[in-house]
Design a protein around this ligand. Structure first.
Ligand code: CTP
Ligand code: MG
Length: 229
């Protein structure tokens, strides 16, 4: 069964500080977002891409879709103030019951092989997320004073894609909006409904391009992959 994917791409990239949406910055001469879209474009199981965008980026993105022959983009949806609202606006455009992935436009290095594992888990009823074991020791602090050291072996750094059955994702977003709850990922909205979320272990190179130094890491990842060909 084909899955559909929602890609939130409507952010401003404030932490990147590039003066424009970071997803339009080039990697190997191609915009970050195009790299991300190509992974889904080239996956035969992907039945449609729904992109949440800033209306100001719409004309430029429409040109990019044509230039790079991204034929699976089935909807350009105007995003909202928060990532969560951008995803929900896209969710509202989808009908039916199948598996829907949500994936950050800012993660161009996702591995297509892992999509299959996420979709399979979601088809069996549970929601599924990619995550990697946390490498650093993580502490909680208040006003610069440590209040707690969290046991590292139980911590996971969470990535996207995240996979859900559409009715559950829709209900989770509806309830979050109703309760004025804002989460930093979609799984957290499903967790509030006491629904199970399973972890699929991901790769450390599936980084989210967030701050300027991530662009150096991105160059290194691209170089590594080129050497593997
Ligand atoms: N996003 C979105 N709508 C928003 C905010 C974010 O669709 N209102 C998207 C971003 O475009 C990105 C993904 O959600 O692909 C993850 O968000 P983040 O890395 O925080 O990107 P930005 O919000 O653009 O960056 P910043 O928080 O530094 O401004
Ligand atoms: Mg943000």
């Amino acid at each position: 069964n084909p899955y559909r994917v929602i890609i939130p791409a409507a952010g401003q990239g404030k932490r990147m500080g590039a003066g424009k949406n970071k997803l339009l910055l080039p990697l190997k001469g191609i915009p970050v977002l195009v790299h991300t879209l190509q992974v889904f474009e080239n996956d035969p199981s992907c039945g449609g891409i729904y992109l949440a965008i800033n209306p100001l980026d719409e004309a430029g993105l429409t040109d990019l879709m044509k230039e790079h022959r991204l034929t699976k983009v089935a909807g350009l949806i105007h995003g909202g103030k928060e990532r969560q609202q951008s995803v929900y606006n896209a969710v509202k455009q989808l009908s039916g019951e199948g598996v829907v992935l949500v994936h950050d436009g800012a993660r161009p290095f996702l591995d297509r092989d892992q999509i299959g594992a996420l979709v399979a888990a979601a088809e069996n009823g549970a929601s599924a997320i990619l995550a990697v074991p946390v490498k650093d020791t993580v502490k909680k602090a208040r006003d610069g004073i440590v209040t707690e050291t969290i046991e590292r072996s139980s911590l996971w750094a969470v990535q996207t894609p995240q996979a859900f059955r559409l009715p559950l994702l829709r209900e989770a977003h509806r309830r979050a909006e109703e309760d004025a709850f804002i989460g930093t990922d979609d799984a957290s909205l499903v967790e509030r409904l006491q629904a199970d979320v399973t972890i699929v272990e991901g790769h450390y190179d599936n980084i989210k391009l967030t701050t300027p130094e991530d662009l150096y890491f991105a160059e290194a990842i691209i170089k590594k992959r080129k050497n593997q060909l």
